[in-house]
Design a protein around this ligand. Sequence first.
Ligand SMILES: Nc1nc2c(ncn2[C@@H]2O[C@H](COP(=O)(O)OP(=O)(O)OP(=O)(O)O)[C@@H](O)[C@H]2O)c(=O)[nH]1
Ligand SMILES: [Mg+2]
Length: 613
Amino acid sequence: MTRHRSAALVGNPNAGKSALFNALTGARQKIANYPGVTVERKSGRLVLPDGQPIELTDLPGSYGLHATSPDEEVTAKVILGKHEGEASPDVLVIVLDASNLEQHLVFAQEVIALGKPTVVALNMIDLAERDGLVIDPRALEQALRVPVIPTVAVRRRGLAELSAAIEAAPERAPEPQHAHITQTERRVTAHAIADAAIVSETATHALHARLDRVLLNPWFGPAIFLALMFVVFQAVFAWADPFVGALEDTAAAMGNAVQAALPESLLRDFLVDGVINGVGSVVVFLPQIIILFFFILVMEASGYMARAAFIMDRLMAFVGLSGRSFIPLLSSFACAIPGIMATRSITDPKDRLTTILIAPLMTCSARLPVYAVIIAAFIPNRTVGPGIGLQGLVLFALFLAGIVGAMVVALILRRSVTKGKASGFIMEMPKYQLPRIKDLAIGLMQRAWIFLRRAGTIIFTITVVLWMLLSFPRAGEGQSQLEVSIAGRIASGLEVVVRPIGFNHEMALAIIPAMAAREVAVSALATTYAVGATDEDAQAMELGDRLKSRWTLPMALAFLAWFVFAPQCLSTIAVARRETNGWKWPVFMLAYLFAMAYVAAGVTYWTAVWAGL
Ligand SMILES: Nc1nc2c(ncn2[C@@H]2O[C@H](COP(=O)(O)OP(=O)(O)OP(=O)(O)O)[C@@H](O)[C@H]2O)c(=O)[nH]1
Ligand SMILES: [Mg+2]
């Protein structure tokens, strides 16, 4: 028997490939309860029972070897060994959703017919049991003529057996006639195989079917979705408040301690103004980030997200997109980068391009600190109805403004530069599941870590550079440090451009470094005002109080409007370049977003001034 060196997980989307991959290799790949989560292949190390390590690859879900979307293409290339400089995997591990057997057997047959050493992981056995399905793995094995191992990836059941089967997978010969079998024939066979393997079936879907009838109802569905979103943003403010307050106090106490401990020096200024005031002003928003992701992760794991995509389909079709765009757009609420990558599961190239172009309009989580600091400073913390906080309402409105903006842009693009017909919606509805606490905890820790790592690296670096540009050259007697500094002079140049939309010197200064990472807008303002503060008293002030004393309400609103539309970070532009293979579309994206941001900020400012706010 030849030794195997590599194996790959293949199967339909949402079969649990990544969950199995994580369980087998100890990786932390993203899993979520909707199709199209994995869009890139990812390898890890699996140690077989004989102690031999092999390379295991997690692949994007696919419906067939004749790929129709960029992510499916990756899968087909890897399986067929057409990936540059790479041999095809020695063993193919087909992952089947046991609760959705018939459907998953179609692609499985195509893979088995290749004749490579193959093992089937009959995954989600627990869900099948829950739904009253009893499956006979031996019958399945006989029909498919490859080993079948029942597994429950998320409970680590069947892993040892699966590893042993991978190790022992025998060589096979390709089935000679496989090229002549049509997809329809495979469907007929799949039906027969499933029929033979399913020992008994009792209908216990009643509750879920009833849930779907409500959640997918054309009237209730959208209403429930909107209500849910509304609750999320209320919670982001209401629940986080005490935690953010405590963190702010800690940061202030640290600043005071350093201030008291060190003699007056450039080093002290650097630590207090640059590090604690600057980076600290961003880190305090960690609780809000965690609350936002708590809701997103619960909706993802439960299977609700796919329902939300379904009910948004009509709206998407109206603006010329397919429901497939929904998941990428939704991912963009975390960050536009994974969002843009997720568009690889969109089949139609123009559909995909449009989705890439509007993804930056979804409010990424990096914008949350910017919104939060300004809302906390300028929007009174009071209720406007039973349980409806005004601050949460404004936050909701800002997210909504981004979404509405995106839909308007999509509508225009689909009638001009990316002209084309909307393609229909073909996403499968995943099974409802109760989110597992452990998965949730891991997901939240990952998000918290990403946020803190950003604060410690990119945000820290830019804030330090900005502090230096603000601190040199040193101002002489009677001069203002802000005016004299390099950064101050650059900002004065830009101020000419942004004055018509109500921005002052410090706002002009903040929007440039924010191109590197949105949160930097907050640390930049904090550092700028700290450096600019003349007396010791003012130095201890919190950012919100400083903003309140320097900005008018129309200015604050204009700044918010700017951040709803302004182009996201440079990394987003870079990813857009990679995914569209050129500079044309990223430049277009940059231009239209700047134009929109400028107009939106201006209109907001002058409307607010006119309204006497
Ligand atoms: N109950 C149960 N849930 C599972 C099992 N395996 C995976 N899941 C869940 O099913 C969902 C999909 O799992 P993923 O691992 O993301 O599926 P995938 O095949 O990688 O999907 P794509 O990347 O979209 O192709 C997640 O919510 C998992 O938590 C299982 O054996 N039992
Ligand atoms: Mg996956």
